[in-house]
Ligand binder design. Sequence first.
Ligand SMILES: CC(C)(COP(=O)(O)OP(=O)(O)OC[C@H]1O[C@@H](n2cnc3c(N)ncnc32)[C@H](O)[C@@H]1OP(=O)(O)O)[C@@H](O)C(=O)NCCC(=O)NCCS
Length: 194
Amino acid sequence: MNNNTPHAQIGAKEMLEGKKVRLRLRDKEDLDFFWEFWNNINYYGEYEAIQHQITKGEAEKRIENPSSNSGVEWTWFVIEKKDGTKIGFIIYFTVQPFGEIHVGYALIPNERDKGYGTEALQIVIDYLFLTKDIMRVQASTDVRNKASQRILEKADFKKEGVIRKGSFVRGQWADEYLYGILREDWKGPKILTK
Ligand SMILES: CC(C)(COP(=O)(O)OP(=O)(O)OC[C@H]1O[C@@H](n2cnc3c(N)ncnc32)[C@H](O)[C@@H]1OP(=O)(O)O)[C@@H](O)C(=O)NCCC(=O)NCCS
């Protein structure tokens, strides 16, 4: 890739700027934010499993070495408002041996429903299709999680099926929808410019 290609202008170390939010790769300075996120049972929302409670030391290890526990490679972005306030995260992760790319996201409760999740997801999808030679990205979400389904649909994901009893959420098994976006479904960058 030479410096004149569109891809070269979006390096993983740069901030990905949107109109309302920007995405920044997670760093050690984000320890307190993530420690709270992982331990506060309200932060993941009512349709997500309650996370295992972890100590600050365990959180630090997780941040330093996010891929240490499996064949999964994780890339974590902090979602920030334009004034630098941290409001959530969005991740993509690659599952081996077949290399499927998944996305996941969550915002702190009082920053939901303001359009930030929509923009963060669109930025990550632009980023993935602009920088990687991939055919598809997928996501799964609780069938009751209308906000998540809506942002996936606004990013041009298509509902592909039901994963029956795909997660155990707050004491009960829950069905999930599988969503996917193919390169041909992606209509070009919505937020990031070439
Ligand atoms: C899912 C989440 C990231 C979405 O981000 P967000 O910033 O709240 O989403 P936005 O404000 O950009 O868009 C939400 C859309 O869903 C719609 N929506 C929200 N609640 C809804 C409901 N109960 N029924 C129908 N539509 C709903 C909104 O109207 C909006 O659509 P619109 O732009 O067409 O009006 C956020 O709600 C969140 O963090 N939830 C908790 C964690 C979570 O569930 N993560 C996803 C796990 S798969």
